[in-house]
Design a protein around this ligand. Structure first.
Ligand code: ZN
Length: 339
């Protein structure tokens, strides 16, 4: 009764890339690397199906990082001269590439893994792309001189790839916008507009994932300073409710997000985070069912999709697999109890 899905990323096997890193180095090159990426994708398709999830993703096995995987196929970006930049309002420093010319796609970005995913499961498939505002916050601008202009340029490219992914057979296209939780006013002013540009013309389901980041130390420290009530979603949810985007993914379990903020997403499917990605503790099905119960006070049952709080890339494989099982078991328990 309650559908289940993951936010996006899953850990990469140690034979594919360095483990427990957000920007891991690949372990192979050329043809071997291309094959290894698809092998890892197959492994996670099976793990998600075995766990009993309803919506299957590629676990982002083919991209080094959720933003830079896309950027690598964009012309106008200088990857050879990366610069250090404070990102997410200076929460952490990263070496980022620079935008140096008008942006253009070199070709398809995720064709191989999207088609592979489609060919290897009969379930609904979801594919993730970085959102325009988050991209803008993860590159250095030496060309546009205006965040909104650059975001709209990226949105056009994202739209081209999204339309192609839809043609590949993808059922749900999700844009990841953690930056919405950092620049709340700008998100409402133009972030949602850029997102809609990226999703323009899509007839498949569209989604946006807004989180408080991966379970890395910089994010854990940041969250400690956010106070006992996290109301960031309050600024952007009304704009999203009025938008063309179908689904919204948010953090719930172990967060300080007041659950009543979910009521602001009237008319949208809500992907409720019932799995904590910043904890090594595997949730019990009871805990997951309880979180679903809490969300049900504010989200109609047919709109509720049980999900992870964020991606699981920096985790161990064993832990991620255990959390996939907890997600499906908890959703089944909730259906039994609350159905
Ligand atoms: Zn996230």
């Amino acid at each position: 009764m309650f559908r289940t899905a993951i936010a996006g990323s899953l850990p990469k096997p140690s034979w594919l890339a360095e483990t427990r890193k957000l920007w891991p180095q690949w372990r192979a090159q050329g043809e071997d690397l291309a094959q290894a990426k698809l092998d890892a994708t197959r492994l996670w398709i099976k793990a998600q199906e075995d766990a009993g999830l309803d919506v299957i993703g590629d676990g982002e096995q083919s991209r080094q990082h959720f933003v830079h995987g896309f950027l690598e196929q964009v012309e106008g970006i200088d990857f050879d001269h990366k610069v250090e930049m404070g990102i997410r309002a200076d929460r952490y420093k990263a070496m980022v590439p620079q935008v140096v010319a008008s942006l253009r796609l070199k070709g398809r970005v995720h064709e191989a893994e999207a088609r592979f995913l489609r060919a290897n499961t009969r379930k609904q498939i979801k594919f993730t792309l970085p959102g325009p505002m988050t991209i803008v916050d993860t590159v250095a601008d030496r060309f546009y001189g205006d965040r909104v202009k650059m975001a709209m340029a990226f949105a056009e490219l994202l739209n081209q790839e999204a339309l192609a992914l839809q043609a590949d057979g993808v059922d749900i296209i999700q844009f990841d916008e953690p930056a919405f939780n950092v620049y709340m006013a700008e998100a409402a002013q133009w972030g949602v507009r850029a997102l809609e540009r990226a999703a323009q013309g899509l007839t498949c389901r569209t989604a946006v994932h807004i989180c408080y980041g991966y379970g890395i130390q910089a994010n854990i420290d940041w969250k400690k300073g956010l106070g006992h009530e996290w109301r960031q979603y309050e600024a952007v949810f009304p704009a999203l409710a009025a938008s063309s985007i179908d689904q919204v993914s948010l953090e719930c379990i172990h967060s300080h997000v007041p659950p009543e903020l979910m009521a602001l997403l009237k008319g949208k499917d809500v992907m409720v985070g019932v799995i904590d990605v910043a904890s090594d503790q595997v949730e019990t099905p009871e805990e997951v069912a309880e979180t679903i119960g809490k969300a049900l006070q504010f989200v109609p049952r047919h709109r509720l999709i049980a999900c992870t709080n964020c991606g699981m890339a920096p985790m161990s494989r064993e832990l991620a697999e255990a959390k996939l099982r907890a997600l499906a078991q908890g959703a089944a328990l909730a259906a039994q109890r609350l159905g």
